[in-house]
Design a protein around this ligand. Structure first.
Ligand code: NAD
Length: 318
């Protein structure tokens, strides 16, 4: 039985599937050729990350498909309900990458607090001739300790991020309309510390946060969670990280808020229009950028591969 892992799969996943007797194809098939390829090879399972789209056309025209698997969380590249209505099992691995995304958020928080993104751009070209000028340019950094982080969306990744933030001495406010309170279990050395966080309303979070990190899914109506009215409530110079989905912050309003100084710095891992984000977003001042790599660690990919393999093996054993 053929499994097409079109956006790649970790060795842990490939080996588990091979050991169970499946044939795993890891060649990248172009989107335009997918239907023909799946039919020619009687592919029963297609595994994707965020690049490959599994839309109605594939679901309708590829009758061999039994499982569509997404390595990761968001399934906006798959017509999930349509596939399920047609009797296809749709699986994902929601928890496997939460820790990795939270660590990237922390990397960006430290980065934007000390201008590391800008220093890295300028040191190779100006460090030899303008060292003192650059030193002065990056002299007004700030510490994370003692500052307040506002977490918008207090699910898996929001909670992991909160644990790191608390561990670094930050204060925490969280907004999640579906979770009134969450108890975080933090492992420090050989001790476990439980901290209960009561979530707050969005306005309180926006008014009180020195840093804000987005951890919400894309709303069904695709309306941004943060646009001008929300920026207006924030502290002057607030720093923002978005490693959730591009559209959860209105990019036009973000550009305006960065350019007029309301937002002191922003870090973006996700963009509207991926894989071709807007150039005016990419060239924005005071911005730390990564190309949607939140889940891109060896550890997360191993967990994703193993979890997908387990679910596929389980399906075929039933
Ligand atoms: P999750 O479902 O565990 O948590 C999301 C939380 O958001 C839930 O608790 C939900 O109640 C809350 N929520 C929903 N609508 C909200 C709203 N309007 N305002 C505030 N809270 C709201 O999801 P997760 O695994 O923590 O993922 C969070 C986001 O991270 C998703 O957008 C996901 O696509 C993204 N993500 C990004 C990467 C990356 O590579 N950057 C990797 C994985 C996930």
């Amino acid at each position: 039985m053929n499994i097409l892992a079109n956006d790649g799969l970790s060795n842990s996943g490939i080996n588990a599937l091979k050991d169970a007797g499946f044939n795993v194809i890891t060649d990248k098939v172009e989107q335009a050729n997918l239907i023909e390829y799946i039919n020619a090879n009687s592919v029963e399972v297609i595994l994707v990350r965020s690049a490959t789209q599994v839309r109605k056309d594939i679901i309708d025209q590829c009758s061999s498909l039994k499982i569509i698997g997404r390595g990761g969380v968001g399934m906006d590249n798959i017509d999930v309900d349509y596939a399920r209505d047609k009797g296809i099992l749709v699986i994902n691995t929601p928890a496997a990458s939460s820790q990795s995304v939270a660590e990237l958020v922390m990397a960006h928080l430290f980065n934007i607090s000390r201008f590391v993104y800008d220093s890295n751009r300028n040191m190779p070209t100006e460090g030899n001739t303008s060292f003192k000028l650059l030193k002065k340019k990056y002299a007004k950094g700030s510490e994370l300790r003692g500052k307040t982080l506002g977490v918008i969306g207090f699910g898996r990744i929001g909670q992991f991020t909160a644990k790191y933030a608390l561990g670094n001495g930050m204060n925490l406010v969280a907004f999640d309309p579906f979770l009134p309170e969450v108890t975080l279990s933090i492992d420090i050395a050989d001790k476990k510390v439980d901290i209960t966080i009561k979530t707050t309303d969005l306005e309180t979070l926006l008014k009180n946060s020195d840093y804000i990190s987005m951890h919400v899914p894309m709303p069904a109506d695709k309306k941004p969670i943060i646009s001008k009215p929300e920026f207006d409530l924030m502290k002057e110079g607030v720093k923002i990280v978005n490693a959730a989905r591009g559209g959860v912050i209105d990019e036009d309003d973000l550009i305006e808020a960065v350019n007029n100084g309301k937002v002191g710095a922003v870090a973006l891992d996700v963009f509207v229009g991926e894989p071709q984000p807007r150039l005016d977003v990419l060239s924005l001042q005071n911005t730390s950028l990564t190309p949607h790599i939140g889940a891109a660690t060896t550890e997360a990919q191993d967990r994703i591969g193993t979890e997908l393999a387990e679910k596929i093996i389980d399906f075929y054993q039933k």
